[in-house]
Write a protein that binds this ligand. Structure first.
Ligand code: PBG
Ligand code: ZN
Length: 340
């Protein structure tokens, strides 16, 4: 019989023919193990102690520092569009708030606890995560309490950070997420939550594999949390330290973490995939951090690619690697984009 010319003969190998599986846009979405949905997204918010702040952060395009008084009107349209979760960061700006111990972190009148109470009241369906760290509240800007030589005092830091986590949970946070990287803080927080009788209703999300590096700059501008001396290389993981990340992940599972986070995301997709393999039974979160977000913005502005296309491509890569939760500054845009 006469046939039109094809590159495959009927009797030959047909395993080379893949296009049929993804010709149609719907069939392309079926190729994903998991598809991006609104419920996967957690939106970071920077909450100040000011009276009426809504300040754009120059290095973090489109993101604001907000005072508690602005939260309701800011969140209303987002919740209406399907926002399910936020993660709160406190930004104390008033002079004299910071000290060596980060005393202001769990101030009941401070921005985080006030924001938790307000959101619980005004948006009862919204799931509230709180970043737990001291760097926004310490005079030296490090993520714990320091020894005289400037290195971390692990025991004092863990004691303090677990107190702060419990204070946020008691104020109504659904999830506490320690980002400090002190050894043993997951266990200490879990034990205190149990002691307080709130472990059963508080998710403990560990920033397990948090790497040091240059991608947190815009965040530190937004949160006012840059260290006043030195860097974080002795507690955040070295970028090449895949084995250390695996050990931290295994450790935090053993210490009682409910969710593990990998951070940054895009440069650490292998670590996300390791986390998925090592902690098969836990949800894996990834934080597309400030530097990743701002890089995408800058490149889009320079005409390298379309912003929306890269927002999707980068986020879908994070899901492909194994995450099912993404902390993303693109969340407000995704709430629009995912409707179409
Ligand atoms: C605080 C904290 C940081 C981030 C999340 N929690 C900054 C840091 O460790 O210096 C970074 C988030 C981002 O860059 O978007 N420990
Ligand atoms: Zn910190």
């Amino acid at each position: 019989a006469s046939t039109t010319a094809t590159s495959v003969s009927i009797s030959g190998d047909i395993s080379s023919q893949l296009h049929g599986g993804y010709f149609h846009p719907l069939a392309r979405t079926w190729q994903a193990e998991r598809q991006l949905t609104k419920s996967m997204l957690i939106y970071p918010l920077f909450i100040t102690d000011g009276d009426d702040d809504m300040i754009l952060v120059p290095s973090l395009p489109g993101q604001h520092q907000l005072s508690v008084s602005r939260l309701t009107s800011f969140l209303e349209p987002l919740v209406h569009k399907g926002l399910r979760s936020v993660i709160l960061f406190g930004v104390p700006m008033k002079a004299g708030t910071k000290d060596a111990l980060g005393t202001a972190a769990d101030d009941p009148e401070g921005p985080v606890i006030q924001a938790i109470r307000l959101i619980r009241r005004r948006f009862p369906q919204l799931y509230i995560c709180t970043d737990v760290c001291l760097c926004e509240y310490t005079s030296h800007g490090h993520c714990g309490i320091l020894r005289d030589d400037g290195s971390l005092n692990n025991q004092l830091s863990v004691d303090r950070i677990s107190d702060v986590a419990v204070a946020y949970a008691k104020a109504g946070a659904h999830c506490v997420a320690p980002s400090d990287m002190n050894d043993g803080r997951i266990r200490a927080i879990k034990l205190k939550l149990i002691e307080e009788g709130i472990a059963h209703k508080t998710t403990l999300m560990s920033y397990s594999a948090k790497f040091s590096g240059c991608l947190y700059g815009p965040f530190r501008e937004a949160a006012g949390s840059a260290p006043s001396f030195g860097d974080r290389k002795c507690y955040q993981l070295p970028p090449s330290g895949r084995g250390l990340a695996r050990r931290a992940i295994i450790r935090d599972v053993g210490e009682g973490a409910d969710i593990l986070m990998v951070k940054p995301a895009g440069q650490y997709l292998d670590i996300i995939s390791d986390a998925k393999e090592l902690a098969k039974d836990l949800p894996i979160a990834a934080y597309q951090v400030s530097g990743e977000y701002s890089m995408i913005y800058a490149a889009a502005k320079a005409g390298v690619f379309d912003l929306k296309a890269m927002a999707f491509e980068s986020t879908e890569s994070i899901l492909r690697a194994g995450a099912t939760i993404v902390v993303s500054y693109f969340t407000p845009q995704f709430l629009d984009w995912l409707d179409n």
